[in-house]
Design a protein around this ligand. Structure first.
Ligand code: ADP
Ligand code: ZN
Length: 797
């Protein structure tokens, strides 16, 4: 139990040996080669052919969707030349497949299976370091995903297929340098060129091509024209590890006393070596990033590598910028937008240890950092660390497991730690580091409440036209903009109106294929389903009774329109998935807000991320209630996190900040506690509730999700799986519980009926045997129903 809640339970050994993890041996872990086994099938028994000594047998994960590790013969020529983590070519089924040599194997238990030899090795030095093999094995086992697929998924293109390794071309960066010092008059009639040159001059005469193209779409071509005119020089720079740009820039001379305590502690832990997890709980604006930077700096000075995980790079480019400017070519930035060549280059550089720092999104938890000394997870509470497809892993949890395997210091940082993490700190499993005040003694923002029940009553007639911005909010916005300061308006719903309701029959317009309401997007003049993406023109009247439709439920588009109307002088922009259609557009929006070309930024949770905009002194929460009623045991926690995070964007510069929160539920726990800056009070209350109802962090969960074409068939499979679990339930004393089977909260998406079963248990170990049973039974599920097992599920929908 103690160990269990620690992170994800037991951690496999790092010695490349396969222990008998998992709880019931439904199938042998090592299976014979040459046939793909159906789940639950035992290794076939063929006449004994080979009597090799154990040293000549290899355990290999095959990069195919098959479970388990496979045993192969090591041919004479390769004996002694194989290293764990090496990519190999192996016969599999009727053809050849990519394999990963994991270590020596014992002779198959069942005896007498015909083994095939490894064909050849595909690389000189292993692509996978030892600690990573252990992590990948753990992930496959814990999240119940085929190991070969897990490994292949972690590797960059170029290594994830059965081809020989090639070295990636060096990482080059393209810069544009202004040759002139001002925009010459002959550019008067070439506004695009003038703008690009203006940009270059504004940022000091030199910038990466990529950056200029982000800021000014089409700038790549424009800069070429400028180069042809001799006004700009284009240079190619090979990024050399060890070269640092602008080391001095942005590095504060003095740490706050709280930062200092945290940094010293982390430096000491890095020096001591060995696994030590920390929770860095620092209020918004307390300078957590500087603590990470100093810890990474220290690890680097000791020759140790660091891994830094962030929720979304595109949303917080400043953070990456700070790592880049501090560590230059020593840092590899890993995100989904990388080209194949870049991903391969970074992998190889990290693997060789020429680049020692990796900064990246959740998948970077698998980055092959050499001599790993430090792992940082920034905004560790962020839901984006959970992957919701294929390998359904939680990168924050895996970061802790990896730290344990690599013997590294792990720092989980947040202003609003996840209750799982907080509980680990309270139980003494993580050491707690606190930053209770903001940098430079800047005050926390003042937060006040606007009661929408009074300001915008819902009773009586339906209020389609009622303004959503209360007089208090409008006045605060006017004052702020008048002072030349900036405003963030937060509402976590996209579109113009989120419900189209028939005035006569009361039916709302729903998607044909999904069990959700269509959202009206005025900018596209369409109604859109946010789940399947289907869109069609706005109907004039109700589909059922032809009654007139009321547009209710407010989204960001409507808020933006209302702000523009009520504050005609203000420059207003919107940040949500509809407006930030590409990474370039997103960067441009954020950069333009940072340059103070926008006064009021309206947006969804995208505005609540770790942004540091010193000009923002007012944050308005348009409606705090949107995420309260979601049928998820974390709804309250998510609401509290979002509200606290968005409030934390106010007053980060020299001017103090204020926050206005409009709500219909002023007595709701997360709203009340957020208003009082009371994280501890919220956590205490919420933890008590979780404990009483046996939810994480006091229980481990797994969700079994079903999706099927035919409602009857899907329901049938759900009942079948429910019965199966019922039959194999351990005695009540084990505390395992089954919730469901039940229709999922969103019962239909893309025309498919959705069911789910939820399993709860005091420990993951108590859950594992049931999951193995379920997994084995999946072989019998008809192909029309898709079933996935989601261990430690994130969202409950
Ligand atoms: P957090 O991540 O805790 O919200 P940040 O790391 O973004 O906070 O820091 C907030 C701001 O304070 C940033 O602009 C950062 O550059 C600045 N800052 C951090 N540490 C110091 C320091 N010791 N002295 C001066 N400014 C600092
Ligand atoms: Zn739909």
């Amino acid at each position: 139990m103690e160990q269990e809640n620690f992170a994800l339970g037991g951690v496999p050994g790092t010695d490349g040996e396969v222990s008998s993890r998992g709880s019931i041996p439904l199938r042998t872990r090592r299976t014979d080669v040459g046939r793909e086994l159906s789940l639950g099938e035992r290794a076939a028994t063929v006449r004994p052919v080979v009597s090799a000594t154990p040293a000549l047998l290899a355990s290999v994960a095959v990069g195919r969707p098959v479970r388990g590790e496979f045993t192969y013969l090591v041919p004479e020529a390769l004996a002694g030349n194989l290293a764990p983590g090496q990519r190999v070519l192996v016969p599999f089924g009727r053809g050849m497949a990519l394999g990963f040599y994991l270590g020596p194997a014992n002779a198959p238990v069942e005896g007498g299976v015909r083994l095939k030899p490894i064909q050849r090795v595909l690389e000189d030095s292993p692509s996978l370091p030892k600690d990573l093999i252990a992590l990948l094995r753990f992930a496959a086992e814990h999240y119940r995903h085929p190991l070969g697929e897990v490994i292949r998924g972690a590797l960059p293109p170029g290594l994830s297929t059965a081809v020989d390794e090639k070295a990636a071309k060096a990482d080059v960066q393209h810069f544009a340098e202004a040759v002139v010092t001002e925009v010459p008059p002959q550019l008067n009639r070439a506004p695009a060129q003038a703008a690009a040159l203006q940009y270059l001059l504004a940022v000091g005469g030199r910038a990466q091509l990529e950056e200029v193209a982000h800021a000014i779409p089409g700038a790549r071509e424009t800069l070429k024209k400028l180069a042809a005119r001799g006004m700009v020089r284009l240079v190619e720079v090979v990024l050399e590890p060890g070269v640092r740009e602008g080391l001095i820039q942005g590095r504060p001379d003095r740490l706050t006393s709280e930062q200092d305590v945290a940094v010293r502690e982390l430096q000491g832990a890095v020096d001591a070596g060995g696994f030590q997890p920390y929770l860095l709980h620092g209020v918004t604006g307390s300078g957590k990033t500087e603590v990470y930077l100093r810890a990474v700096e220290h690890a680097l000075s000791q020759g140790k590598g660091s891994l830094v995980l962030v929720p979304e790079i595109a949303l917080t480019p400043q953070l990456v910028g700070r790592f880049r400017s501090r560590f230059g070519g020593d840092v590899a930035v890993l995100h989904s937008g990388l080209k194949d060549r870049e991903r391969l280059f970074h992998w190889q550089a990290l693997r060789k240890g020429t680049v020692k720092i990796a900064v990246g999104v959740r998948s970077a938890v698998f980055a092959p950092v050499e001599n790993l000394g430090l792992i940082v997870v920034d905004e560790e509470h962020d839901p984006s660390f959970k992957q919701d497809e294929k390998l359904r892993y939680q990168a924050r949890d895996l970061a802790v497991v990896r730290g344990k395997q690599a013997g590294a210091v792990v720092v989980l940082g947040s202003a609003t730690p996840a209750l799982e993490t907080l509980q680990n700190a309270r139980a003494g499993r993580y050491k707690l580091l606190e930053l209770k005040s903001r940098v430079d003694d800047r005050p926390m923002p003042t937060i006040s409440l606007v009661d929408l029940r009074v300001e915008r009553p819902r009773e009586g007639q339906v209020t389609e036209e009622a303004p959503i911005l209360s007089p208090q909010m409008l006045q605060a916005m006017e004052e702020t903009v008048a002072k030349g300061q900036q405003v963030i308006l937060f509402l976590n719903r996209r579109g113009h109106s989120t419900i189209l309701l028939c005035e006569v029959c009361g039916l709302s317009l729903k998607c044909h294929d999904c069990d959700v309401c269509m959202t009206h997007h005025q900018s596209q003049n369409r109604v859109v389903c946010h789940y399947c993406g289907v869109a069609f023109p706005v109907p004039n009247s109700c589909r059922e009774c032809t009654g007139p439709l009321l547009k209710l439920g407010i989204g960001t588009e409507r808020v933006e329109a209302e702000v523009s109307e009520r504050l005609p002088g203000a420059r207003v922009a919107r940040l949500d998935r509809d407006s930030a259609t590409s990474a370039e557009r997103l960067t441009e929006l954020l950069a333009s807000f940072a340059r103070r070309e926008i006064d009021v930024l309206v947006g969804t949770q995208m505005v609540a991320k770790g942004h540091d905009f010193p000009g923002v002194t007012l944050v308005c929460v348009v409606m705090a209630d949107t995420s309260l009623a979601i049928p998820d045991f974390r709804a309250s926690e998510r609401t509290f996190h979002l509200l606290t995070q968005v409030a934390g964007r106010a007053g980060r510069g020299k001017d103090p900040g204020r926050v206005l929160v409009q709500t219909y539920n002023p007595d709701a726990e997360p709203v009340k506690r957020m208003l009082a800056h009371d994280f501890d009070g919220f956590a205490k209350q919420e933890l008590e509730w979780r404990k009483a109802l046996a939810y994480p962090p006091f229980a481990r969960m797994a969700a079994v999700r079903l999706e099927g074409e035919h409602p009857e068939q899907t329901a049938g499979v759900a009942r079948f799986l429910g019965n199966l679990v019922g039959r194999h339930m351990p005695p009540a004393s084990a505390g395992v519980r089954l919730l469901g089977p039940a229709l999922a909260p969103i019962a239909r998406i893309r025309g498919k009926t959705r069911w789910q079963l939820l399993l709860k248990a005091p420990t993951h170990a108590a859950l594992a045997p049931l999951l193995a049973r379920l997994e084995a039974a999946l072989a019998d599920v008809p192909s029309g129903v898709r079933v996935v097992i989601d261990v430690d599920p994130g969202a409950m929908m």
